[in-house]
Design a protein around this ligand. Structure first.
Ligand SMILES: Nc1ncnc2c1ncn2[C@@H]1O[C@H](COP(=O)(O)OP(=O)(O)OP(=O)(O)O)[C@@H](O)[C@H]1O
Ligand SMILES: [Mg+2]
Length: 270
């Protein structure tokens, strides 16, 4: 059962037909790349899939209960800022309490201290269990840690983070809503090759560990090839081909129409 199915989607702006008859489905747990030259309508298509724009024709169907996370082309600094403030709220009290409980556990094995320690332990454990207010912060911490943020980086001010880290913070924010499908529109725009490499790792990792389905728009073909199990190529208002990276890379129509007829094919395109 696909996470999302688009049937016969068309979009016109006034008299201009941007695309027509786009039919595609996104299987559960897949990593799909969407590529095509500038201005063919990739972002518009993504917005239609999200329900942010209306299609002129056709329909989009998502599996029941599917939660979609969207990383737009321009990172929303406001979103990162909020997440960052949340994760920097001190929760040392909780950590201190944890340590105290551990110390008491040791004391409980000493017959002379056991009774008193057990009494204090019971009280602290109860308080600990009721510290529900900390749960969300814990989740933020866990998510950021899962995305490779060290404790030190989690406490750094936002302006001391690299572009790659900020994009990862945005991803963390999206993951907190536990999406089934992530739509990423050029998440690596403006990154250097090291940051891109890092991002490729994290996008794959998110899919592997959380089972999130990924639909990625990206101009960097090497990156798309690396991340995607399946690639859709859009040009001239339609999907000109789709397949695995190897097949797409060799497709003559892709080479001719989109990538230019370079000797070494797709790799020759910047
Ligand atoms: N609201 C709108 N009204 C009129 N034209 C629009 C509107 N939104 C987008 N377009 C046009 O549709 C075309 C496709 O835009 P879109 O941003 O979807 O392309 P894209 O494939 O994502 O391009 P890029 O690779 O540069 O991000 C562009 O020519 C754009 O000017
Ligand atoms: Mg775009």
């Amino acid at each position: 059962m696909p996470v999302l199915t688009a049937t016969n989607i068309g979009k016109s702006f006034g008299a201009r037909d941007l695309f027509a008859g786009i039919t595609a489905s996104v299987p559960h747990r897949a990593r799909i790349g969407l590529v095509g030259p500038n201005g063919v309508g990739k972002t518009t298509l993504l917005r239609i899939l999200l329900g942010m724009d209306d299609a002129s024709t056709g329909s989009v169907h998502t599996a029941r209960g599917t939660r979609i996370g969207y990383l737009p082309q321009e990172a929303i600094l406001e979103g990162v800022q909020t997440l960052w403030q949340e994760c920097q709220k001190p929760f040392e009290t909780l950590i201190e309490r944890q340590h105290e409980l551990e110390r008491l556990e040791k004391k409980m094995s000493d017959p002379e201290q056991a009774a008193e320690a057990m009494e204090t332990y019971g009280r602290l454990q109860q308080e600990f269990d009721h510290a529900g207010g900390y749960t969300f912060e814990m989740r933020i911490r866990q998510t950021l840690t899962g995305l490779g943020f060290s404790r030190e980086d989690q406490q750094r001010p936002l302006d001391q983070l690299s572009g790659g880290q900020r994009t990862r913070a945005l991803l963390a924010r999206l993951l907190l809503s536990e999406p089934d499908l992530l739509l990423l529109d050029e998440p690596c725009a403006g990154m250097n090759s090291e940051e891109k490499q890092d991002m490729i790792f994290w996008i794959k990792d998110i899919q592997d560990t959380l089972g999130v389905t990924i639909l990625l728009i990206e101009h960097d073909m090497k990156m798309v090839m690396d991340i995607s199990e399946r690639i859709l190529v859009v040009n001239f208002g339609k999907i000109i081909t789709e397949g695995n990276p190897e097949a797409v890379q060799k497709n003559p129509e892709v080479l001719k129409a989109y990538l230019g007829e370079e000797e070494d094919g797709i790799r020759g395109v910047a």
